[in-house]
Design a protein around this ligand. Structure first.
Ligand code: F6P
Length: 360
């Protein structure tokens, strides 16, 4: 029989910078309560598969190590989702795993998809569940910021800075394709921070001629280089995605819109040599920036506080400079938060002369 409250923590979905800082904050806060923390390996697989995979995390063996300062996930993550038809089966396995490990509570560090999966799994279990939002896409509903987003913005902005210097040397227009899935937050934030000339996001339609007109303006002003940021989820000019490739849970897999733009612009406008760069998974790594580590600390502490108060099925959020919590059901119901085309970010981009498409 265990004497202490036992909390499991797992990271789920695509990794991002700041996950280890979240784990560390949970370990520290739980330690102050005298609780035990089980770090579950490889997302929910560590619970649903046998033998279960976990390790006991302490301030001594984890928080005092260099890991909290590093990106990646010490615990490993899982980005394969679950098919709806196997949900019932999986939730039974999950309930059994929770029982075997004698977990009183689980903290899930994940995005919108992971919150959905885990809240479904927990329907057959009495375990307390608290979610902590993380994703470079920043599309988890209700919260203004998810852990990992600001670090990814930093990676993209640094890439734009580097590309601007080579664009300048070669009198080129360089296209930078960034991640974000169906949401343009990462593209818009890094385009604003990196002073790009064009920023195309899935939420706003555009024309190739609109992009070319911006390039012509730049040429006319006497500048011989330009930066075009494009979000991976942007469609072709005629409104279709480049491919209908899907991952194993039916989510769209994007990539290639940067090269498409490059090819289409080059066909119609020859004044700039154009090249495309795809940043890829490097956006999920790098040094976790201070704001992500701050979020990690306050989210970790809040999650433990909520468990201590007996709260269940909640996700911690950041709103107007405060940390709070909302029911997981509300997060699941909302799905994905896209870029608000009426936001200050979009307005600023427009007012600064960045071509952001044909905004109504
Ligand atoms: O959701 C995070 C994310 O990095 C998206 O921006 C991107 O589309 C996707 O994951 C890539 O997934 P994978 O790691 O399966 O290539």
């Amino acid at each position: 029989m265990k004497a202490k409250k036992r909390v499991g923590i797992l990271t789920s979905g695509g990794d991002c910078a700041g996950l280890n800082a979240v784990i560390s904050a949970v370990v520290e806060a739980a330690d102050k309560k005298g609780w035990e923390v089980y770090g579950i390996n490889n997302g929910t697989d560590g619970i649903t598969e046998t033998p279960h995979r976990y390790e006991i995390l302490t301030v001594h063996n984890f928080s005092d190590s260099p890991w909290p300062r590093l990106s990646g996930s010490y615990l490993g993550s899982l980005n394969k989702g679950v098919k709806m038809e196997s949900l019932e089966e999986m939730s039974k396995k999950f309930a059994q795993g929770v029982k075997d490990l004698e977990l009183d509570a689980i903290i899930v560090v994940g995005g919108d998809g992971s919150m959905n999966i885990v809240s479904n799994y927990c329907k057959n279990s009495t375990v307390q569940v608290i979610g902590i939002p993380k994703t470079i896409d920043n599309d988890t509903p209700v919260t203004e910021f998810s852990v990992g987003f600001q670090s990814a913005v930093q990676v993209c902005t640094s890439a734009i800075d580097s590309l601007e210097l080579t664009a300048r040397s070669h009198n080129r227009a360089l296209v930078v394709e960034v991640m974000g899935r169906d949401a343009g937050h990462l593209a818009m934030h890094s385009a604003l921070a990196g002073a790009a000339d064009v920023c195309l996001v899935p939420e706003i339609p555009y024309t190739i001629d609109g992009v070319i007109n911006r390039l012509k303006e730049i040429k006319k002003s006497g500048r011989n280089h330009a930066i075009i940021v494009v979000s991976e989820g942007v469609k072709t000019e005629n409104g279709s995605h480049l491919s209908d490739k899907k991952n194993m849970v039916g989510e769209a897999v994007y990539g290639g819109i940067g090269q498409y733009l490059c090819d289409e612009i080059s066909k119609r406008y020859k004044e700039f040599q154009i090249r495309s760069n795809t940043l890829g998974h490097i956006q999920r790594s790098g040094v976790p920036v201070a704001f992500d580590r701050l979020l990690a600390s306050v989210y970790g502490a809040k999650a433990v506080e909520l468990l201590d108060k007996g709260e269940d099925n909640k996700m911690v959020i950041w709103k107007n400079g405060h940390v709070d919590s909302v029911p997981l059901a509300e997060v699941v119901k909302e799905g994905t938060t896209l870029l608000n085309t009426k936001s200050d970010y979009v307005r600023a981009a427009h007012d600064l002369g960045i071509y952001i498409g044909e905004l109504k």
